[in-house]
Design a binder for this molecule. Sequence first.
Ligand SMILES: [Zn+2]
Length: 431
Amino acid sequence: MLSSSQRIGLRFCIDSDGRLIDSRTSEELNAMCRTCGTPVMRHSPNQFFQHADKQCEGSLFSELLERLSSTFIEIGHISLPITFDNSESTAQDVIAAEVNYEHSVIPILALTLTGGQLIYLSLRTEDYVLSHHQLKALRESFQSVIEMDISTLTLPSSGLTAYLRTQVVSESFINRCTWLALSPLAPLTRTIATLEANTLSKQKKQAEKELSSVQKHLQEAQTELRFSAEILDKVALYKSAEALKNERTHLIQQVNNLTEKKSQLESQIKNGAYSHEANQLASQVETLREQFRSGRRHVREIESEIDFARKNLSSVENQAIKKRQELESLDKKLSEVNWMTGFLSHINMTFEDFQSVAAKVDHAFNQLETLEKRIKSKNSNLVDLDEQLSSKSKVLSEAKSTVDFYSKQKFALFREVNQLREQLAEVKGGD
Ligand SMILES: [Zn+2]
């Protein structure tokens, strides 16, 4: 993804006297590219420098290596692979780091490790690797060269140094690295070279072993393939012969069928087969009618069963209604009982107490009734006596009136007698 022509702002440039300019600390607006030596510029001091036209090929490497250089110095060590397949690594102290510029080649980072050992770090992008001439020159001067693959990186628009420190110079650093040259003069690279040689010979032996096994498998597979091809050929021939045979049998069968049909038709024509067909049809019709009749009977039976069931259902419904009414009345009684229970508990009385009180009340009522009866009978006696009394008084009053009448008569008679005596006396006196 990352290619050498990717456009990038230049932080580090040189002035016309060859002195280093850091964009972050300088006010300069014009400078020279450290890689190609052509003028670069910017519009304000807070920007990075840019080539006026097309960016030169080494600018990207220059900027990345400058930042890597400061990062290595800052963290003080580098993790280097010591085996062919990067499975093991060794941490080495970094004493110095400097980007080397030569105008004819792409910049390269020179790292000085403990004991003054020098290692060159080159970058690899999607479209650029260290040139063959440059590598040859380094090898001939017995230098160690390690190449870091950054082709999979996507550079951020800002915070590039921090990004390189966290994403590149981290634990995964050795997986990006490959040794291009190992110096026989420095102890570290000599050790690595020995390890590499051992690993490589082991790998070679393993590979040879695997190769011979693969070759053996290949031969076996080829033999099997030949054998299979022969079988397939035979099978194909056999299959086509079988298919033809089947086809022939099928055709013969069809001819036989047609012949049989023909003879049947001929015999039907001779024997007047139509009446036979009519008989068959009639019997089929009769069968169907019988089926229809039996079906209808069945339907009627089912209908009567349904009627019966309906009646049963209505009677059951009536019973259910009755039961429901009984249940409702029971519910009502139950609610009354409940009310009574509540009431009794409210007046702090048990049901047994209530029963005994009710029995006492009943008893009292019974006694009252008896007393009333007795009072009634006494009253009726009293009435009888009254009646007798009144009849006696009546008789008495009648007798009294009779006596009065006779008294009056007696009085009247006494008066007449007295008058008569007076008259008589007068008469006697006058004489
Ligand atoms: Zn340039």
